[in-house]
Design a protein around this ligand. Structure first.
Ligand code: ADP
Ligand code: MG
Length: 233
């Protein structure tokens, strides 16, 4: 499945400088990479190597210092904040280490929210949220609030939320970093199911070797540069 389809993410000579006091951190120093439709790609590397910076740029959360980023055939590298917001809403689902669910809302309401906020909603919010939560094994937890769910369940709610508007691209930064191993395996399984069902492309930043080994391909960042790309069996 890997690398047969279209390129969904492409970066060329991507660089990001971050100001640090009176100096500058070269967080990314010329990254060239292509990610194909339907791939699950792991991004690994030492702490501080630029993984989160790279994911944020791909996801339109930030703008590069130089270089280009193509998402789904569109160059987003010079877009302004409003244009990036639109790209994020249409094309990208994010999953974070600490779930970032809204504590006062139920699982169902958390997942329905991005559909209600979509500029051109494609789904009935409640119906879509129910289907997604059921698909992630949370059919009996829909009326629970985040504090009434385990970490693994909260992360699956966050996956459902990220999928709410059916984005072609799912980006996850350390999605199992705050979970025990068993919950981590379930979360990865959920991401594999999503790819299987919807053809979603999934990029996962992770420290977890097992998780990286189960992705189709592992990209290793060292010091803001791509050190190697390994295809898994
Ligand atoms: N907001 C920031 N301001 C200044 N430097 C930053 C900021 N965020 C990250 N950095 C620096 O950029 C580099 C890359 O960080 P990051 O992308 O978070 O790495 P990783 O996710 O691989 O741990 C590190 O040297 C980090 O200290
Ligand atoms: Mg990080």
């Amino acid at each position: 499945m890997a690398q047969n389809g279209n390129i969904v993410i492409s970066t060329r000579n991507l660089a990001k400088d971050l100001p640090l006091g009176k100096t500058v951190v070269h967080a990314l120093r010329g990254v060239d990479m292509d990610i194909y439709a339907g791939e699950i790609v792991g991004i690994v590397g030492p702490s501080g190597s630029g993984k989160s910076t790279l994911l944020g740029l791909i996801g339109g959360l930030d703008q590069p210092t130089s270089g280009t980023i193509m998402i789904d055939g569109v160059d987003i590298s010079r877009m302004n904040e409003d244009q990036l917001t639109e790209i994020r809403n249409e094309k990208i689902g994010f999953i974070f280490q600490f779930f970032n669910l809204i504590p006062t809302l139920t699982a169902l309401e958390n997942v329905a929210l991005p559909i209600q906020f979509a500029r051109k909603p494609r789904f009935n919010p409640e119906k879509r949220a129910k289907e997604l939560l059921e698909g992630l094994g949370l059919g009996d937890r829909m009326r629970h609030r985040p504090s009434e769910l385990s970490g693994g369940q909260q992360q699956r709610v966050a996956i459902a939320r990220a999928l709410a508007n059916d984005p072609p691209l799912l980006l996850a930064d350390e999605p199992t970093g705050n979970l025990d191993q068993e919950s981590g395996v379930m979360v990865l399984q959920a991401l594999e199911d999503v790819r299987q069902r919807s053809g979603t492309t999934v990029v996962i930043v992770t420290h977890d070797h097992d998780l990286a080994q189960r992705s189709d391909r592992v990209l290793t960042l060292v010091d803001g540069q791509l050190a190697h790309s390994t295809v898994n069996a």
